[in-house]
Ligand binder design. Structure first.
Ligand SMILES: [Zn+2]
Ligand SMILES: [Zn+2]
Length: 420
């Protein structure tokens, strides 16, 4: 297979990719606020003459959690700023066939960038620290190539530019707007930047890819009082401390050691003064799992442990458990296809296995409905100190990876549609 003749990134396109990624990096937008990014995407699709729909993703509400559930957990539902999702459709000129969806996410994170680079974020406290600037740029590059190559394939390519990956579940909102129908999507691919691999390398494996990411909040109600008269109070801090320790036994003592699970209490708040016993303590944390049975078990047991311990200590505990992104598994056949194409494009020494992550990813909502494959795109360059992981204030990427991502995703779509 002579991919060089088919999927070529010209020097002009490569320059455009670098420039576009830098523009997006300098103008990051938080989840549910990606209006300018969505405008840029739609504008470029228009220039390329590609059919597309804008305003997808409903009113931006996090569809996988009800606003009531969020409020019960002490989380204010996000602003409803309008759907920023964009869906492009490229129809092959060789007639009907299968439909493949390629996905990029567009949102940034509430992080102050610490890189001293000319393309540093211009927005205080907002940064593209998860590489979604690169994902968006790459998918626009793919759009350009596939639009030029439509005489080569049958079937349809859908390009999903989604808002709000970093928490609210923008993918679920776009799915609710029907993006997987008309024509029905048969398979979906996405890539994510990977700072554990060098630019020019990729990783893909079948099976577990990203974990279910849930949240819990436990409120311990005690009885406040004077710190010097504990016998007249019920100290919620001591109860909360027991609960924190007991939660650690759920993974170590009640979960199958061969099943991955994490429980982390990331937040513990109580009290205002050294000489006062407060009347309540609040614990918040995250649960990561792959197996649905383990997820169900932990959801039940966290609440049971908390209320049982509180009761034994004369207090009362209320638990709210919020299911976040589900776990995602890479489809075996699609993973084989992606790996084969990557090997042909980059050579066998640049294609690696991908370890399952305990991080969550809302491409999992697509995976609940169609077979998917998520690929890791290496972006590290240790010689230039580009080594920091996503969500780090010094995260950056080697832009040589942009053209690799464009060629890879284009080639995967063509192969899936039987064109190459
Ligand atoms: Zn992220
Ligand atoms: Zn990400």
């Amino acid at each position: 297979m002579h991919w060089e003749e088919i999927v070529r990134v010209t020097p002009e396109l490569d320059a455009w990719l670098r420039e576009t990624r830098r523009y997006l990096h300098m103008h990051p937008e938080l989840s549910l606020q990606e209006t300018n990014t969505a405008k840029l995407v739609a504008g470029h699709l228009r220039e390329l003459g590609i059919e597309h729909r804008t305003g997808l993703g409903g009113d931006g509400r996090p569809l996988f959690m009800s606003p009531e559930a969020l409020r019960a957990a002490g989380i204010q539902p996000g602003p409803t700023t309008g759907g920023n999702g964009v869906l492009a459709v490229i129809r092959g000129e060789r007639g009907p066939g299968r439909t493949v969806l390629l996905r990029a996410d567009m949102d940034a994170l509430p992080i102050e960038e610490q890189n001293d680079v000319p393309y540093r974020s211009t927005r205080p406290g907002v940064m593209h620290a998860c590489g979604h600037d690169a994902h968006t740029t790459i998918l626009l590059g793919v759009a350009e190539l596939l639009q030029q190559l439509r005489d080569r394939f049958a079937g349809t390519v859908k390009l999903m530019f989604q808002p709000a990956e970093e928490g609210p579940g923008g993918a679920a909102a776009m799915i609710a707007d029907g993006i997987l129908e008309n024509p029905r999507v048969d398979a979906a691919f996405a890539l994510h930047v990977d700072s554990t691999r060098r630019a020019g390398e990729v990783s893909v494996s079948p099976g577990p890819a990203t974990a279910a990411a849930d949240t819990f909040r436990i409120v311990v109600h005690g009885v406040g009082g004077h710190a010097a008269k504990p016998q007249t109070a019920v100290d919620p801090i001591v109860v909360a401390a027991q609960i924190v320790l007991a939660l650690q036994t759920l993974v170590s003592r009640e979960t199958d050691p061969l099943e991955a699970a994490v429980i982390t209490v990331g937040k513990l708040q109580a009290g205002t003064a050294t000489n006062v016993i407060p009347d309540r303590a609040v614990l918040e944390g995250t649960v990561r799992t792959y197996s649905l049975a383990v997820r169900d078990w932990l959801e039940r047991r966290i609440a049971e442990l908390a209320s049982g311990i509180a009761q034994a200590m004369r207090a009362r505990a209320e638990t709210v458990y919020l299911r976040g992104y589900p776990a995602m598994h890479n489809d075996p056949e699609l993973s084989t296809l992606a790996r084969q194409v990557a090997t042909e494009l980059l050579g066998p020494d640049r294609v690696f296995d991908r370890e399952p992550l305990m991080a969550g990813e809302d491409f999992a909502f697509v995976a609940e409905r169609v077979p998917v494959c998520m690929i890791g795109l290496g972006v590290a360059n240790p010689e230039r100190d580009i080594v920091y992981p996503p969500h780090h204030p010094r995260f950056d990427l080697d832009e040589d990876a942009l053209a690799v991502g464009v060629r890879l995703m284009t080639a995967i779509a063509l192969r899936y549609l039987g064109a190459a």
